[in-house]
Design a binder for this molecule. Sequence first.
Ligand code: HEM
Length: 320
Amino acid sequence: MALKNLLALVVLLGVVGVSFGGDLYEGYYRYNNCPQMEDIVRNVTYHYIYKDPTLAAALLRMHFHDCFVRGCDGSVLIKSPNNDAERDAIPNLSLRGYEVVDTVKSVLESECPGVVSCADILALVARDAVLAIKGPWWPVPLGRRDGRVSNISEANLPSPFANVTTLKKNFADKGLNTKDLVVLSGAHTIGVSSCGLISSRIYNFTGKGDSDPAMNPNYVAELKKRCQPTDVTTSVDMDPTSVDKFDSHYFNAVAEKKGLFISDSTLLDDWETNLYIQKQVLLNGFYFNKDFSDSMVKLGFVGVLTGDQGEIRNQCDRVN
Ligand code: HEM
């Protein structure tokens, strides 16, 4: 190709928003047999989120859980008749929103059969769901392929009882740095947990009927009102002040020792994550949306399958 033509192509791709970086790129399906893909994902996702805005948190979490096990390959979506797939693992039992992905997939299969991966659908649904509740936007380069393996024993997700050293290692193992850890933990600005996961923290931290000293005593008292000692099911807001709103208040909560999990509170124990939290408090979350967007793009690249790896599943809950 003559240099002039090559330059023209580069300029054209820049204008239509294609980015270079890895094998994924924005607008992938516009050039690969399903130009209406992104519109369909957005319409279906918005439809669900208007009916139930709490699904936004659930879908964001599902994307994270997908990416942390075998990469963002849709493996979390696979069902097993023997209950031994990733989605059967304890941290995934509280995932919700599979129906959103399945509905998007069935519309896409009727419009462009065999073209769009479930891994891409989940990555895009998570972004659109957050956008639908007026959260930040991030670009979603596409072109992922679907994995064929989903195994309960591999679903080793970061634990809510982990300290910052372990969490840093969990993230580093996926190519994500300390900043990504603290920024992405900011996702806990939306959504809920259940009393069961915090009862030892507020009722019996060291086996002597005490609570975690890293927790604000007023917050412990509040949580005790909501969660009785044996209650494992009642939900608790992750961000005590604005659970439905994607804002930076999570960092204020952590700074005030109101992080719900040990994995939230422990972000005060490392100089870099601590500094980030103090900066967000001081600047009222000025950079948070931009940082979140950058880290979500990185998360979306973790371990992706491309080219002739994996497959394009016909149905998201089973391999072909
Ligand atoms: C840093 C390590 C992390 C740990 C240990 C952790 C742990 C948890 C736990 C235990 C829950 C409550 C689940 C339940 O009640 O069963 C939760 C909820 C949630 N997590 Fe995380 N998480 C982490 C990072 C992330 C990241 C990186 C994201 C997204 C980018 C995320 C998004 C969410 C959301 C949105 C919810 C609320 C879900 C809902 O309302 O359905 N978390 N997380």
